[in-house]
Design a protein around this ligand. Structure first.
Ligand code: 5GP
Ligand code: ZN
Length: 117
């Protein structure tokens, strides 16, 4: 997609702090990190969200299969958190599927703050 910011990043048209690339995937640091290590892995092929990813199980499988290796390359040998925000309720901001990887060195906060009753 020509006007998609993450397609432009994957093509190198917009600069990013790249940490991994292969034929199908691109990984780069989040511009506004919320943890000491915060990067995203995206498919190079445009798919807007997890809702639209059903036709490409092989790419999603590869993305998750590679996540641990890429995380280790960033020093996350003691664990990490994986987040995929989807749609309005998931507070997705960029509509090109991306998997957030967040890590330490210390354990992260709670996954989602609990609402007060
Ligand atoms: P979402 O809320 O859609 O799951 O997260 C989108 C993420 O993309 C946000 O964490 C935001 O900081 C990041 N982001 C938005 N624009 C850019 C950009 O131009 N470059 C990089 N590296 N990250 C971006
Ligand atoms: Zn895109």
């Amino acid at each position: 997609m020509t006007d998609c910011i993450f397609c432009k990043i994957a093509r190198g048209d917009i600069p990013s702090k790249k940490i991994y690339e292969d034929d199908d995937l691109f990984a780069f640091h989040d511009i506004n990190p919320v943890a000491p290590v915060h990067f995203m892995i995206i498919p190079k092929r445009h798919m807007a969200s997890l809702y639209e990813a059903g036709d490409h199980p092989e790419i999603l499988g590869k993305l998750f299969a590679k996540a641990g290796e890429i995380a280790r390359s960033q020093g996350l040998a003691d664990g990490f958190r994986t987040i995929v925000n989807t749609g309005r309720i998931g507070r997705q901001e960029v509509y090109h599927l991306h998997v957030h990887i967040l890590g330490g060195p210390e354990p992260l906060g709670s996954m989602v703050p609990r609402n007060k009753a």
